[in-house]
Design a protein. Sequence first.
Length: 91
Amino acid sequence: MPNKVHCAHILIKAESEANAVLERLRKGEKFANIAKALSLCSSGKCGGDLGTFSRGKMVKEFEKTSFALRKGQISPIIKTKFGYHIIKRLE
């Protein structure tokens, strides 16, 4: 298990909108473009890039998913206290 990961995410408030975003990603739209247009997180302006982070830095659900992804893989929708996330492992 790695000690650090590099991920990007898209944060959406409503589950229905997160489902629509995930469908767009499955159809081939670029993750960074959708993040820039729709993410509620300030990282959206950087294509959702959160940089590299270590264990213990993110909320439990987000961390668990981030560390389980393979490079280039996009997560299912993850619900946290902040809203609904779609995560992409970059490195």
